[in-house]
Design a protein around this ligand. Structure first.
Ligand SMILES: Cc1cc2nc3c(=O)[nH]c(=O)nc-3n(C[C@H](O)[C@H](O)[C@H](O)COP(=O)(O)O)c2cc1C
Length: 366
């Protein structure tokens, strides 16, 4: 079955895209992913001066399930790419030459200076990449230089910087949102006002993965010290799904959404598509499972489309959005369905009649 989807004029062979990060950190890993069957990739974020980017070790931390040990949350304090822009420009050219049918999106970030952003845009688009993703969302490290989420947390800056980019960009521009704000619709609206045609959401959530009870040091610990970092993997998925749905219900239809956050299999990917994502990006999932996870992603989505009688990926984008409502409306619908008795039976003062865990199970939908 054809899983292709055209988004902002870019034809993705399938909606599965490597999220910016280690899975797209150089031409070799990108080539391996395209060979494995990924439709597109957002390369690791690049800037003009890689010498200013110095990473630390260790820079990752895991949250594991208490019962199985499975990784459910992942924190990183990794910066953007530390590879020189000239090397990247050569690699962008080379990848586009070797993989003309796969989509390559360049993720870019710069300091708050129009000439720097526009210089970077001009250089990168000359290589033939298909689109840009503006990284307004890295929540750690780069913020100390007023980059990343320092811009994404301020809608006025988001709009201004996006407009600098769209003034010179001849290819589609997506803006990547930070979840570390109250209302994600505000920076998204600002990016769209600045000319972005796509919104990517979400980047990582600011976090502290834990504290070592032997040393008393918060983690990840570098020479005895720590900074909060970005949280990803399956634990963030419900938050990402909420933000994607809020965006999808708020932004103009012609603006695309690339859904990101905790996607590990086709089931997760489908949830993002049903809530309005035309493409989905995966970063931590690839780091933990490898690029071969694409096989299950493709098979699972294909099976879903066939089983449910849909003829294309586009047909399911946003299909579940009409089912969001208000709490007041849920109460009215429940009454109309003559289930008001059920509501009466679950009033708060009756919790004491049963064990709290039993009562929790009774009120849970899945
Ligand atoms: C180790 C690591 C490095 C990352 N580096 C970048 C980056 O350079 N640029 C960017 O826009 N996002 C970066 N991200 C964020 C991811 O692209 C993604 O938005 C986030 O991790 C949530 O998706 P996931 O749960 O699939 O990882 C990074 C994430 C991780 C885990």
């Amino acid at each position: 079955m054809d899983l292709s989807i055209t988004v902002n004029g870019m034809k993705f062979p399938n909606p599965f895209v490597l999220g910016s990060g280690p899975p797209g950190t150089n031409a070799r890993v990108l080539a391996k992913s395209y060979d494995a069957g990924w439709g597109g990739a957002v390369a690791k974020t690049v800037s003009l001066e890689s010498a200013k980017v110095v990473n630390v070790v260790p820079r990752y931390g895991k949250l594991r399930s208490r019962s199985t040990g499975e990784v459910i949350g992942f924190e990183n304090i990794e910066l953007i790419s530390d590879r020189p822009i000239d090397v990247w420009l050569d690699e962008f050219r080379q990848i586009k030459k070797e993989y003309p049918n796969n989509i390559l999106i360049a993720s870019i970030m710069e300091e708050y200076e129009k000439s720097r952003w526009q210089e970077l845009v001009r250089m990168v688009q000359d290589t033939g990449v298909d689109g840009f993703e503006l990284n307004f969302s890295c929540p750690h490290g780069m913020t100390e230089r007023k980059m990343g989420s320092e811009m994404g947390e301020h809608p006025d800056l988001t709009e201004e910087v996006t407009s600098w980019v769209t003034e010179v960009a001849k290819i589609p521009v997506w803006a990547k949102m930070t979840p570390n704000i109250t209302n994600i619709r505000e920076p998204a609206a600002a990016a769209i006002a600045g000319g972005a045609v796509g919104i990517s959401a979400i980047n990582t959530i600011l976090s502290v993965i834990g504290v070592d009870l032997d040393t008393l040091r918060p983690m990840p610990t570098v020479e005895g010290h720590c900074v909060p970092g970005g949280y990803s993997a399956q634990a963030v998925r419900p938050i990402a799904l909420r933000m994607v749905s809020q965006l999808a219900l708020a932004i103009p239809e012609e603006v695309s959404i690339s859904g990101i956050g905790g996607i590990e299999n086709s089931h997760d990917a489908l949830e993002f598509m049903l809530l309005g994502s035309s493409t989905v990006q995966i970063c931590t999932g690839v780091m933990l499972q490898g690029v071969k996870m694409i096989d299950e992603l493709k098979e699972g989505v294909e099976k879903f489309l066939v089983d449910k009688g849909f003829s294309s990926v586009q047909d399911i984008v946003g299909k579940s959005l009409p089912y969001f409502s208000t709490h007041m409306d849920l109460v009215q619908k429940m009454k109309a369905a003559k289930r008001s008795k059920a509501g009466e039976a679950s009033r708060d003062n009756e919790w004491a009649q049963k064990d709290i865990t039993e009562k929790t199970a009774e009120l849970t939908s899945n």
